[in-house]
Write a protein that binds this ligand. Structure first.
Ligand code: SF4
Length: 92
């Protein structure tokens, strides 16, 4: 679960980047895995999400947000769940 204590203040400048997110045109099902998704299906979905992130103008802000809040689920800023966990483990 997201650590809500780490969320930024509800001020426009902290959240404005989301207005420019490339994923706004796609459903959550591209970025968040359904229950029991495994193997090749998961890899294909994650790669599709990461390809969208690769063209996103706010990728950096998105990844920063996900790392700051320890967002546990989904693809954020071009990184999957295990990739963010690994990054956080190496910077703790
Ligand atoms: S980097 Fe990816 S997840 Fe983040 S806002 Fe852009 S498209 Fe969405």
């Amino acid at each position: 679960m997201t650590d809500t204590r780490r969320l930024p203040w509800p001020r426009t400048e902290h959240w404005d980047w989301q207005r420019h997110a490339a994923c706004r045109e796609y459903g959550d099902t591209v970025f968040f895995h359904p229950e029991h998704e495994r193997g090749g299906a998961r890899l294909r979905r994650e790669n599709a999400a990461k390809a969208i992130c690769g063209h996103c103008p706010v990728q950096r802000a998105c990844l920063h947000h996900a790392l700051q809040t320890h967002e546990p689920y989904g693809v954020w800023g071009g990184l999957g769940e295990s990739e963010r966990r690994s990054l956080l483990a190496h910077t703790a």
